[in-house]
Design a binder for this molecule. Structure first.
Ligand code: SAM
Length: 247
């Protein structure tokens, strides 16, 4: 009679098969669990959290070192992980607003060390924004030729991570995706924010937005794929919006 050790020596032995079955069972249970909570609890909480801003709560009341940042803190944590793993030389952000996210990025680069820079673009230069040695503010539309030339010169072919958080209409985001994709090197990330708009699951009245732009972009560019692993905290304002360049 063969013992456990004999099974273990053979890749197709009973012990391996039992382990594989247990792994498949765990995976099936996880998928069923996710499907159930995704269908109700997570989506409901997503709407409650997002719309809390109407009453001055949640994203309307989120600050990094005293500066307003219009993000879900769970996404900021994912950004920290991606920045640590990828260590881009330049972070390009479309949509500065008060500069809270740019300051967050700069502080992450301080902690990580190295030469990283933040270049952030906005059509509006009304805000009193934070100053930081790593941050460069650009004034103009994220898709204007002049802006794109300035960004290309600053990046200078170095590895970049791109965050799109400006005008959230589908056509604008798609134009940004086409304009900024070449800045991201294989393995790097291009993050499309607020893909939750237009009923995905918030603001059903919004109309075609970032989520629809990502769908169109992925259909035309085989070099990028969604990294759904970045949605591991379940609540994200960027569902399907974490794009990794795969080649
Ligand atoms: C959602 S806010 C950015 C929030 C900021 N990234 C944060 O996390 O705190 C969007 C910003 O995009 C800017 N914006 C709108 N259209 C733009 C465009 N075509 N180019 C650049 N910025 C634009 C707006 O002026 C606004 O400040």
């Amino acid at each position: 009679m063969p013992g456990v050790k004999d099974f273990a020596r053979h890749p197709r032995g009973a012990v391996q098969r039992a382990r594989a079955d247990a792994w498949l069972l765990r995976r099936a249970m996880k998928l069923a669990f996710q499907k159930r909570i995704q269908g109700d609890t997570v989506e409901q909480f997503h709407r409650v959290y997002y719309d809390g801003a109407l009453f001055g709560d949640t994203r309307a009341s989120t600050y990094w070192l005293g500066v307003r940042v219009d993000k879900c803190p769970l996404d900021l944590w994912v950004y920290q992980e991606l920045l640590f793993e990828n260590r881009p030389d330049v972070i390009v952000e479309a949509g500065t607003a008060t500069g809270g996210s740019a300051l967050f990025f700069a502080c992450m680069l301080d902690l990580i060390g190295g030469p990283g820079r933040v270049v952030t673009i906005d059509v509006d230069d009304q805000f009193d924004r934070p100053t930081h040695d790593r941050i460069q503010y650009l004034h103009g539309s994220s898709v204007a030729d002049e802006t794109l030339a300035q960004v290309a010169e600053i990046v200078g072919g170095r590895p970049a991570m791109v965050f799109l958080d400006s005008d959230h209409t589908r056509d604008h985001v798609l134009a940004e995706l086409r304009a900024y994709r070449s800045l991201v090197q294989p393995g790097g990330y291009l993050i499309v924010e607020d893909t939750n708009l237009n009923g995905r699951p918030v603001s059903p009245e919004f109309g075609p937005g970032p989520g629809e732009a990502v769908d169109a972009f992925l259909a035309e560019d085989p070099c990028f794929a969604r990294d759904t692993g970045c949605e591991k905290f379940y609540l994200t304002f960027n569902p399907g919006g974490y794009l990794q360049r795969t080649r």
